[in-house]
Design a protein around this ligand. Structure first.
Ligand code: ADP
Ligand code: MG
Length: 369
C-alpha cells in the first residue's frame, strides 16, 4: 500500500538527523526489506511465498483445519511507550495472538503484522519490535509472512494476525463445558495486572529495555513487570489438551478470570462455582500484595492479560489430564444454571458478575469523568 504523505517536522537539526536514521531516510520499502531479512523461518516447506509479493502462499497440513485470529494494540489503550520497550511490545503483540491459537488447542504457524507508525518512531525501534515478534514466533516455530506499513498521524497502531492449525475436529471451543466438569487454569493469575499497577506507579524494568529506572525493581517486582510486558502464551499446554482430548471447553484469560469464565458459561449454557482459596497466585504476587492497592485475588479475578488457559475437564478424563503433567490447578466445578458463584475462605457464597476489562465501559467511564 502507498505510504500516506505525512507532514514531517522540518525544524529537526542536521546533527540529530545524522545521528539516527529516520523513517523517511529509510522509506517504506527499505523498512519492509529490513523486516523481511529478519523474518524467522518456521517449519520448512510450509511457506511457498513469504514477505515480498502481493500475498503470501502457504501450505496447510492435509489433515488440519486452519485457525485465524487478529488483535489490535493501540497506544494509550493497550500500551504506553513510557512503560514498554519496543522489543517487549513486539513480543506481546505476537503473544496475545498466539494465546488465542493456544486457547483453541492449535499450533501457531503464520503471522502478519500491520503497523501505523507514528512520526517520532525510529527505524531501529521498528526493528526492535520485530526482534520481539520473531523471538516469540521462533520459539513456537511460527513464521512472519506479511503485513502492512503505514505512517500514522497520531499514535502507534499495531494489528497482528496469526494463522494456526489444528487436527481436524480437535479445536477446543468455549461451548463444550457440561455440569460436573472440573475447572482448571494453567500457571498463576493476577501477575500481569499487578505488574501494570507497578508500571503505573513508576516502577520500571532494567536491562535490555534501555530504560533508566528511578530505582532497581526488587526480584518480585521484576517478575510481575515481566509477566505484564512479556507474557508467555501456553501454546504447548493448549496443544497437549487438544491432542489428548482432555478439555471439554477452553479460553485464554485476557480479560480476567471472572469475565473469561463467564464467556465459557454463556457459550456452554452452564454456571460455575469457583473456590477463591484455590485460585493460584504466584509467590511474587503474594509477597507484593500488601504494597498494591488491591488484593492479589482481585487482580486474579478481574485483572486480565495473564494469557493463561482456563479450561474444563469431564471427571472421566481426569486421570488422563494428570498423566500429561501440565502446570495446572483445579479451581472449581461447572454447575447447572447461568451464574458464577465464588466460594470464599469462610465457605460463604457470593454471585460474581463479569468484572474484567471491557473496552467500552472504560471509555464511557473516562468520558463521564
Ligand atoms: P501491497 O501494496 O501490494 O499491499 P506492500 O508494499 O504493502 O504491498 O507489501 C509488500 C510485501 O511486504 C507484502 O508481502 C507484505 O505482506 C509485506 N509487508 C509490508 N509491510 C510489512 C510489515 N510491517 N511486516 C511484515 N511484512 C510486511
Ligand atoms: Mg500492503
Amino acid at each position: 500500500m502507498r505510504l500516506q504523505a505525512v507532514d514531517r517536522p522540518r525544524s529537526r537539526s542536521r546533527a540529530l538527523q545524522k545521528r539516527t536514521e529516520s523513517l523517511s531516510d529509510v522509506g517504506e520499502f527499505g523498512l519492509i526489506d529490513r523486516i523481511r531479512k529478519r523474518a524467522t523461518s518456521g517449519r520448512r516447506g510450509a511457506v511457498r511465498i513469504g514477505i515480498g509479493d502481493d500475498a503470501a502462499v502457504v501450505r496447510p497440513g492435509a489433515l488440519s483445519e486452519l485457525l485465524a485470529t487478529t488483535d489490535l494494540l493501540l497506544e494509550g489503550i493497550h500500551f504506553d511507550l513510557s512503560y514498554t520497550d519496543f522489543y517487549s511490545l513486539g513480543w506481546k503483540s505476537a503473544a496475545v495472538n498466539l494465546s488465542d491459537i493456544a486457547a483453541m488447542g492449535g499450533e501457531p504457524r503464520f503471522c502478519l503484522t500491520a503497523l501505523g507508525i507514528s512520526s517520532g518512531v525510529k527505524p531501529e525501534q521498528v526493528l526492535d519490535f520485530y526482534r520481539g515478534v520473531n523471538d516469540l514466533l521462533g520459539m513456537h516455530h511460527a513464521e512472519l509472512i506479511g503485513g502492512d506499513t503505514c505512517a500514522s498521524r497520531t499514535d502507534l497502531f499495531i494489528s497482528v494476525t496469526v494463522i494456526g492449525e489444528v487436527k481436524r475436529g480437535r479445536a477446543v471451543l468455549r461451548s463444550g463445558a457440561r455440569p460436573g466438569d472440573l475447572i482448571f487454569v494453567t500457571g498463576t493469575l493476577g501477575d500481569a495486572a499487578a505488574g501494570l499497577e507497578l508500571l503505573s506507579r513508576g516502577v520500571r524494568q532494567t536491562s535490555k529495555g534501555r530504560q533508566i529506572p528511578q530505582r532497581k525493581p526488587s526480584r518480585h517486582e521484576a517478575y510481575l513487570l515481566k509477566r505484564h510486558l512479556r507474557p508467555e502464551p501456553r501454546v504447548s499446554e493448549g496443544m497437549a489438551l487438544s491432542r489428548s482430548g482432555c478439555a471439554s471447553s477452553m479460553i485464554d484469560i485476557s480479560d480476567g478470570l471472572s469475565s473469561d469464565l463467564l464467556h465459557i458459561c454463556k457459550q456452554s449454557g452452564v454456571g460455575a462455582e469457583v473456590r477463591e482459596g484455590a485460585i493460584p497466585l504466584s509467590p511474587a504476587l503474594i509477597r507484593m500484595q500488601e504494597h498494591l492497592t488491591r488484593p492479589g485475588l482481585t487482580h486474579a479475578l478481574s485483572g486480565g492479560e495473564d494469557y493463561e488457559l482456563l479450561f474444563t475437564v469431564p471427571p472421566s478424563r481426569l486421570v488422563k489430564l494428570r498423566s500429561l503433567a501440565l502446570p495446572v490447578t483445579q479451581i472449581g466445578m461447572v454447575r447447572k444454571g447461568r451464574s458464577l458463584v465464588l466460594i470464599g475462605q469462610d465457605e460463604k457464597k457470593r454471585t460474581c458478575g463479569p468484572c474484567g476489562f471491557d473496552h467500552f465501559s472504560r471509555v464511557s467511564a473516562a468520558e463521564r469523568a
